[in-house]
Structures are given as structure tokens and as C-alpha cells.
Write a protein that binds this ligand. Sequence first.
Ligand SMILES: *Cc1c(COP(=O)(O)O)cnc(C)c1O
Length: 362
Amino acid sequence: MIEYESLGGVNEPYFQEYETFFASFIRKGWYILGDEVKNFEEEFTGYCGAKHCVGVANGLDALTISLKSLDLPEGSEVIVPSNTYIATVLSVLQAGLKPVLVEPRLDNYNLDPSLIKAAVTSKTKVILVVHLYGKMTDMEEVMRIAEEHGLFVIEDCAQSHGAMLNGKKAGTFGHLSAFSFYPTKTLGALGDAGAIVTNDSELTGKIKALRNYGSEKKYYNKYIGYNSRLDELQAGLLRIKLKHLDAFNGYKNKLATIYFENICSPLITLPVKEPGKYDVFHIFNIRCKKRDSLKQYLQENGIKTEIHYPVPPHQQEGYRHIFAGNYPVSEEIHNTTLSLPISVIHTEADIISVCKTINNFS
Ligand SMILES: *Cc1c(COP(=O)(O)O)cnc(C)c1O
């Protein structure tokens, strides 16, 4: 059986380091907003090549607090890709703003910059891009359009730790960037965790207050904030894993190359390879018209796969009353996409065997 993922397996290489850290962590007795959070923030800032990082409780909060920090008029519009994970859309609603869905490009599954202009109104304040599956959005075009219309840009980097466009890391193009360290992510904690990355010093101060009850000085509340602190224990674990992130992404790229070189079925659309983009393959998705029977066939042949995602936001039960439009590109992706195993738990032989099995599908 080739599993889709095994989080125990992913974390096994760090067991000894985690255990040593945990023992000293317990004895130190400082469990909230201590040196681990502070050091992780510095180290992650350095990793991304940005100026500031503020640890928060999870990726959804990173998005919501980013939006809140901008102090936008209630009901302001935020452009969001129509095929994103629900958290992106939910953050806009939680911040009291209006999500406006814009279709992705069918080749790279990210926001189509050529469709942004038509969606901009006098109420539009933010373009919220998502580097889906670990693949960079066309940020140079997005930033140009944002500047032209005076819009903020927020990057949802929950799937793209270490991804690059022309040598520049995800999270360093927009005004604010939100990361999730949910255990399955490319940089995953052993629980919930997230962070906001930015070059803006003023917003950094405000976001630090917002995550901690809106307080800059203990017991004095400057803003109506949140309890959304990055957990001190998770920060310590993330520091250990961050050192290995490039090697982790490198290994996934090696496995992706095996897929690219060996899948040759005419029934399968592979992910696009774009010049200047370093993809971290959080997910290796293919598309197939007969997706459901392919998934079933792989399962019968001992290969587990996932679907990211089966239902687009505008068709979700709790959300569909908000969205009136049609989003055919997004629907096409949701109906045909399949995520293949691509984890550090897999050997090259595992991936070759997945390729062979796929090539025999008819
Ligand atoms: C995982 C994810 C999030 C949310 O992260 P959590 O830590 O689960 O809150 C947001 N956006 C995208 C694209 C994600 O994949």
C-alpha cells in the first residue's frame, strides 16, 4: 500500500531533537510568547527574506488579522480566487469584508491576472492571492494591477513555504502574507500554528497587539483584538523543522521530477512548469476527465490519493447564498483534479510505481 501521507513518518526524523527540546521546554516553565516564538519569528523572517514576522495561532487567523490590521471600511471588497481552500474566503467574511471571487488560470490554478481589472469596483480594497498547491501566482502582474488601482495585496502562503518567483520567496511580494503551519503543510507543526510576514513596521506593531487582546502594554487594550498567539511549544518545534525546509522541498521536487518524466498517459494533464517559478509541491495534482474512476482504480491497486478540493467555495452549503455568479474554470478544476502521493515518506520507487499504474489506466 502506498499511503497518501503519514504525519508520524514525516516527523520521525526529528524525534530526537523534538524530545530533547520538549524536556527543556517543560523545565523552563515559560509557555506563552517567550524566546521560542521570538526566535522563530526572526528565523522565519530571515528564511523568507522579509523584514518582520508575527506568529499567530493558525493560518485562518493569519489571514483574518492581516485583513483587520488594514482598518478597511465595512463591506469593502476583497478579490479572492474562486478555487481556493475555504479558509481564504472565510477570513474575508470574519473581517467584515466582502469576498469577490475571480477565476483562476486553468493551467496553473492560480488567480488569473487578466480577469482582475473587470472585478475591481470603487469598493475594492484588497487582492488576496493564494499560491495554491505550492505554485506561485503571477505576482509581478498582480502587483502592477494593484498599484494601478491603489489596492493592498495579501498573499495566502499556507501552501507555499519556500516557493519562489525569479528567486524571490512567496510572502515577500504583497503588503502582508499569511502562513499556516498546520501539520500537513510544507512546514508543519505538531498542532495548529500560523504567522504573518510583512515589510511594514507599523502594521507589524499593530498585528503584534491584535494577536494578544489588542494589547501593547499588559492590561492596556489599544484595539479590540484576538487571542491568537503562536503557541510557544509549536514555535520551538517549528524552529527545529525550519532548518530542514529547503531539503524537504528539494526532496519533493525530486519526486515531482519522477512524475513529470514518467507519466505519459494521454488521459492525464500534468501540472504546468513555468519559467522562473520554484514550485514546492505541497500537492502534486493531475487532472483527468475520469477522475473518480482513476481514483478508484488507484485505490484498488494499493495507491491512496486525495482530492483538493471536491467542492468549490461558491457551491459549499454554508456559503452558496453569498455567491451568485458562475465559475466554470473553478468547477472544471474541482471536477477533474486528483492529488498524487508526494511526501518525504515516499521513496523514488514508490513514485515510479504510481507512474506505471497510472500509465496502465484506460
Ligand atoms: C491550510 C490553509 C489555510 C488555513 O490554515 P489553518 O492553519 O488550517 O487555519 C488557509 N489557506 C489555504 C490555502 C490553506 O491551504
